[in-house]
Design a protein around this ligand. Structure first.
Ligand code: NAD
Length: 459
């Protein structure tokens, strides 16, 4: 027998599967084409269809996911239902829609050559995520990674594994091939470290603390040199200048620190306010703080829920004790128990904080605002920039020239002008310094989870 055709289907988990794409197979015997064998990679349109089904299933399971998210994290059920679950679904949808619209490139080599630059999946990506926005941060990482054709492993935080485990079930139901999306709940030092050191993992997408972010760089260096992208928080400043709309600024300042009980990496945890409007602004923020009633996360009208666990509560209480001894506690400062046995902190405004103190430099990760006073815009910018983080900042002014000048001078991955926390999947999110340099969101994330491959044809 001198001729045979190679198989044209795949056998996956004992099931025969017809491929979406094939590749040519040649024999070295005489260089002739034997036929076309399966290319075990879903074509873009097929990946899109599966991810869209995944997003639809997330929407269908809103109640189940929202309840899991709220019980794990203590965030108000209304937010889980209206923000966290829909954002997760929207992010999956956005990257699904991007898959078959994102073209590869041809390099401008000139005549005599054709060089294509195609995006190839990295292989296996592990997303190690924190407890503050489990569904949203997971979606930011898995959606682009899956869209470009990687297999993905999620390691949720110890405090909040439920929603990711539900996502795994929904992914299977949507038709993601077995093994393409895996959730490994476990603790950081065991499961997280095992992923960090695993030689079969090509990239880690990490969000969490600065210290653990650095551990992942170390794990990588001591194993296979895998790529590591870190997003590790901030101490974001809202700069309020004398001509600001103080009502709008006060509202954004209150929401910017009390939303999710301050457990947000880009929380506006520092206010740098011009001395001339200090009293007016702080008065308004304190008035608003009084309206953020701490309550049962399962109650529909709660806006300020629980702190994620006792360890985090103790951390926040440590800062409140320090504040009582060193600054003016303009409002709040107490631990509450609206539901017996739970972990809650009153919305708190600390005034007269020195910018080089721990209260202005360290992530408290609770509903605790530190107010720093500045004399003039130049000092305000200098104080805002005097932080080891570079995640986000805001400036409040009605003067368009000042707005441009200050926004340009603020060192942060995102600068908001006359708003705070305005966000969309279309814009990159991340920063420099101790924030870590990683970026989530936007089309840039498709590049972050793929590698460019050059194929050079001599013509
Ligand atoms: P963390 O960095 O300890 O946890 C984040 C993730 O890393 C979790 O999945 C955890 O299991 C994993 N992890 C922990 N230790 C690990 C280890 N030794 N090896 C591998 N993986 C490990 O964060 P945390 O303890 O949950 O929070 C501590 C502080 O981090 C907070 O007070 C806050 O300042 C900051 N934080 C930042 C963010 C953010 O969005 N940037 C989110 C949560 C916490």
């Amino acid at each position: 027998m001198t001729s045979t055709s190679p198989p044209t289907s795949l056998l996956i988990d004992g099931v025969e599967v017809t491929p979406d794409a094939t590749m040519p197979a040649y024999t070295p015997r005489d260089g002739s084409l034997l036929g076309h064998v399966p290319l075990a990679r879903l074509a873009p349109a097929a990946r899109k269809a599966v991810l869209l089904r995944f997003a639809a299933l997330v929407r269908e399971h809103t109640e189940e996911l929202a309840l899991a998210e709220t019980l794990d994290t203590g965030k108000p059920i209304r937010e889980s239902r209206q923000v966290d679950v829909p954002t997760c679904a929207d992010v999956l949808t956005w990257y699904a829609e991007a898959i078959d619209k994102h073209y590869d490139l041809i390099a401008p080599t000139g005549p005599g050559a054709l060089a294509t630059i195609t995006r190839r999946p990295l292989g296996v990506v592990a997303a190690v995520v924190p407890w503050n926005y489990p569904l949203i941060i997971t979606a930011w990482k898995i959606a682009p990674a899956l869209a470009v054709g990687n297999s993905v492993i999620v390691k949720p935080a110890e405090q909040s594994p439920s929603s990711a485990l539900i996502l795994a079930r929904l992914a299977a139901e949507a038709g993601l091939p077995d093994g393409v999306f895996t959730v490994l709940s476990g603790d950081g030092p065991t499961t997280g470290a095992a992923l960090g050191r695993h030689p079969g993992i090509d990239k880690i997408g990490f969000t969490g603390s600065v210290e653990v972010g650095r551990l992942f760089h170390r794990y990588s260096g001591e194993s296979n040199g895998k790529a590591v992208a870190v997003e590790a928080g901030g101490k974001s400043a809202q700069v309020v200048l004398p001509d600001a709309d103080l009502d709008a600024a006060a509202s954004a300042i209150a929401w910017g620190i009390f939303y999710n009980a301050g457990q947000t990496c880009h929380a506006g945890s520092r206010v740098v306010v011009d001395r001339s409007v200090h009293d007016e602004l702080v008065g308004r923020v304190v008035d608003l703080a009084k309206t953020f009633t701490v309550g049962d996360p399962l109650a529909e009208d709660t806006v300020l829920g629980a702190i994620v666990d006792r360890t985090q509560l103790d951390r926040v209480v440590g800062y409140l004790d320090l504040a009582r001894d060193t600054v003016d506690v303009a409002f709040g400062g107490s631990v509450l128990e609206p539901v017996p046995g739970g972990t809650y902190v009153e919305p708190t405004v600390l005034d007269g904080v020195a910018n080089d103190s721990r209260l202005a430099q360290e992530e408290i990760f609770g509903p605790v605002l530190s107010v720093v006073t500045a004399d003039g815009p130049d000092e305000a910018v200098a104080l805002a920039n005097a932080t080891r983080f570079e995640l986000a900042a805001a400036v409040w002014t009605r003067d368009v020239t000042t707005a441009h000048r200050v926004a340009d001078a603020l060192r942060a991955g995102t600068v908001w002008v006359n708003t705070f926390d305005a966000a969309s999947v279309t814009t990159p999110f991340g920063g420099g310094g101790d924030t870590g340099g990683g970026r989530d969101r936007s089309l840039a994330a498709l590049d972050a989870y793929s590698a460019p491959k050059t194929t050079w044809f001599a013509l």
